[in-house]
Design a protein around this ligand. Sequence first.
Ligand code: ATP
Ligand code: MG
Length: 502
Amino acid sequence: MAGKEKVLSVNHLVVNFKTDNGILKAVRDVSFDLYQGETLCIVGESGSGKSVTSKAIMGILANNAIIAGGNIIYRGENLLEVAEEEFYKIRGHKIGMIFQDPLSSLNPIVKIGRQITEATLINSDKLKLMYNDLISEDMIRYKNTLARMNIAIDTEKKKLEQLETEIRTKDYENPADKAADRALLKQKKAEFKDFTKKTKAEYQGEASELKKVLEATEKKAKQQVKEYKAQVTAEHKEALAALKQKLSAASGEEEKKQIKEEIAAEKEAFTNKLTITKEEAKRRALEIMREVGIPEPEKRYNQYPFEFSGGMRQRIVIAIALTASPEILICDEPTTALDVTIQAQILELINRIKEERKLSCIFITHDLGVVANMADRVAVMYAGKIVEYGTADEIFYDPKHPYTWALLSSIPDVDSKEKLEAIPGTPPNMIYPPKGDAFAARSKYAMNIDFREQPDYYKISDTHYAATWLLDPKAPKVEMPKIVSERIRISLEEDAKHEPAD
Ligand SMILES: Nc1ncnc2c1ncn2[C@@H]1O[C@H](COP(=O)(O)OP(=O)(O)OP(=O)(O)O)[C@@H](O)[C@H]1O
Ligand SMILES: [Mg+2]
């Protein structure tokens, strides 16, 4: 992917949940990049952390979530550091998301047309959008500085708390050791106090500078918006006055009628320069309904969600996401609830919209069969980690991780539709994630070290990496399961047959 522009970058993301039974480790050090115009598929079994990862990007994690590490960089800024309110603008507008269950994103008692029109209206307040655009950079810079300060202090605090817990829960044989540890803790506490003071001093200088810059920008932006509005209004008044004069000078009924129409058009154009009129919003809603393939949109406009089939509802949800003109579209199992033919249509729709609107797409699924039709690149997730990632070809034709093999073996056969080999066992309890390679307990290829140590990523190509000890030079040579290699062989043969002959 060298040379391609990165639109989103997730680095070492760690997300935990507080639960009654302890801390659940849902996402454990996940990193990936999303490039302009590509579809990245994240695939893995239920509970592997796919939705949590995408919700972290959208800033819509549940209240009991703790983002314990990492960052998510979008347009050069860390989405995790900026206050929700400011970033809601970016997240809402530039990153759209489609969920598995379309009903949950639709209001059951509001007509479809109104839901799309309202979304269009919200996304069309031009004065507000203009103001936000003008101040967003300085706003983000300022908020980021504060957030960085808090993160720096928080990190040190966590270290201190960990040490405290360790000392509190340790069994000491020798009282002298205990005293020494206590002294150490005391010293660390004093150091932390100093660190906090120093850090605050260090950041606050910068922060207050940036705040001043922001305030100046806000003032200027307000002025610019005001001037824009004044100019548009003045032009409108002038145009209107001219038309009215023309109207009073007109004699024929036909002529008068035409001028009245011009006046109405001028009024609408004026509103559309500032926000948009209800009529224009409706026109755009109908247009978007057409774009996502809803037949007879005029009629469908006045119907409620329950009057639509599952596939049509998912199209509506896609339409609503599109009203914000997103740059990135995250689709979280958007077709899981649909039957196979409808699923294929929705996938085709997403592919088409992605091409037409030049979107970058994160597509989440547990079904590798779906991945084949969608992905430029694939990240395979297991137990909160990405265990393998590569181009779609690399994952399908040269898989390296035993979990990827297991997933590939379980894809239903295209012809017989029969699942060939279910993955044995169940995913681990993520309150106590296994040491080492989390898949070891379910893998017949597991070696001793798999139960002890987490493997690093081994590089297979510039675009292909897998975290499995099997790739260690010291590991015995292991072949992928026959069922997978057979399928690859057959599929390659099929491809060769379809290649045009010279
Ligand atoms: N609010 C929450 N509180 C506690 N645990 C949670 C919460 N949300 C998610 N989890 C846990 O985090 C882990 C990852 O969940 P996630 O929803 O990301 O899975 P997924 O890969 O999307 O699975 P699926 O295919 O079923 O949608 C799971 O163990 C899940 O139970
Ligand atoms: Mg999910």
